[in-house]
Structures are given as C-alpha cells and as structure tokens.
Design a binder for this molecule. Structure first.
Ligand code: PGA
Length: 251
C-alpha cells in the first residue's frame, strides 16, 4: 500500500512571519493525519519558522531546491547537509520552473537526486512536458527520458525514498488541469518506466504525485485514480482553507 502524500510548494512566497501565520491557520484545519503524509515546502528563508510551527505534528518539512555539493565556493547555493541540519525531510528537485528559468538539466537533476539521497533527504522529483511537446506528441518519450536520466545510478533501495511528481507544465498555475484519466495514464507510464529500471515490485512501491492546478474541487477525482498517490500543490497551498480541503480530500 502506497501512503498518499500531499505536498505544498509555496514557491517564492511568505516571509518567516507570514509562514508562521499560515501554519497557525492550517494546523487546526488539518486535524489528525494518520493515513496520509503532508509536506510543507516553504522558501529556504522560512524553513526555520515552519519547522517551529509544525513541531510536535506529523507534518514533514520540505525544501524547494538543493545543490549537489556539500560545501564550498558556490555562492547562493544551499547544500544537503545544511537542509538536513534544519530538520528538512523532503526536497523538491527538478521543478519545471527551475529547469526553465535556472537552466537545470537532467544531468543536474540526477546529481541533486543522488546528493539528496546520500544525505538522507527524500527527493520529490518533478517531471513533465510543455504544451508544445504535448502537441508534438512527445509527452511519453520525454517523460520516460526524464525518469531514466533522473534515476541514473540510483539503487532500487534508494529509489524507494524518491517521490515522483508528474507536472504537465501547461497545467502549472494556469487553472488547466490534466483530466484525471490523462494524469493517471502518464503516471502509469512513469511507473512502467520505473518497472523497466527496478522491476515491478519496486515500481509498485514508489509514490507518484500529480501536480498542476490542483484545487479542492478536483483533488478527490484525481485521488480516485489508481496510479495517483498524491499531489504537489502550488497556488492552492498558500491559503489554509484550500490546502486543508485538499489534504482532507476524502472527507
Ligand atoms: P500550481 O503549481 O498548483 O499552482 O499549478 C504546482 C507546482 O508548480 O508545483
């Protein structure tokens, strides 16, 4: 049984004070969470504030990026041991905004995945196609290639600690969601690709989220699909009530 995992990607939003306020509003709305995992991914500068605010709860702390070296002359970067020392458990790697605006290649994504794992952080690895790629009919080849490259030299045991997020880029922040059937189809293909690398039983155990305009109104339908194990939520995670409704999608 794969435990559902809902993660909030706050992107470049919230000062430490605003982050603490959002957590204070969110916690009572979430209630007890025994059968699903919830992860909050604030910007680096609000990690400590969120860590303090979620202390004693089952919510996990996540970061939005990480560099692949431990330390050194890499101005502006943050390393896996630094995140680990702050109590971070998950880290988003290869988000399409990082691939697009900061030139992250599949090779960098792979290095980051390996570095995160080596330090006991769990990657939330993002893959997904642009609208042009979808219209050109290359969604399947592209996503397969992103998966193969990201998991290069990652052992089966380590792969079990990775969460994959399938995020069609045309659905991020646009209000357009992939239909749940289409999201399920591509996620099934991702699982099949993981099966080719690691074998069926490992692939069956790896969690794969959907991301892209997830809202309280569409989460239940997405979660009913057999291949979809959770969601990576951007915009709707910035508001306590909508994120709580997403987390409690089956209420
Ligand atoms: P969105 O973002 O929910 O605002 O579409 C999702 C993401 O980029 O992770």
């Amino acid at each position: 049984m794969r435990v559902p995992i809902i993660a909030g990607n706050w992107k470049m939003n919230k000062t430490p004070e605003e982050a603490a306020v959002l957590c204070r509003e969110l916690l009572p709305l979430l209630g007890e969470l025994t059968d699903r995992e919830v992860v909050l991914c604030p910007p680096f500068t609000a990690l400590t504030a969120v860590k303090e605010a979620i202390e004693g709860t089952d919510i996990a702390l996540g970061a939005q990026n990480v560099f692949y070296e431990d330390s050194g002359a890499y101005t502006g970067e943050v390393s896996p041991p630094m995140l680990k020392a702050l109590g971070v458990k998950y880290v988003i790697i290869g988000h399409s905004e990082r691939r697009e605006y900061f030139g992250e290649s599949d090779e960098m994504v792979n290095r980051k995945v390996k570095a995160a794992i080596a330090h006991g952080l769990r990657p939330i690895l993002c893959v997904g196609e642009t609208l042009e790629q979808r219209e050109a009919g290359v969604t399947e080849t592209l996503v397969k290639s992103q998966i193969n490259k990201a998991f290069s030299d990652v052992s089966a045991d380590d792969a079990l600690n990775v969460v994959v997020a399938y995020e069609p880029i045309w659905a991020i922040g646009t209000g357009k969601t992939a239909t749940s059937q289409e999201a399920n189809r591509v996620i099934g293909l991702i699982r099949a690709t993981l099966g080719e690398i690691y074998g069926g039983s490992t692939a069956e155990a790896i969690r794969i989220q959907y991301g892209g305009s997830v809202k309280p109104e569409n989460i239940a339908e997405l979660m009913q699909e057999p291949e979809i194990d959770g969601a990576l939520v951007g915009g709707a995670s910035l508001e306590a009530e909508s994120f709580a409704r997403i987390v409690r999608y089956d209420d």
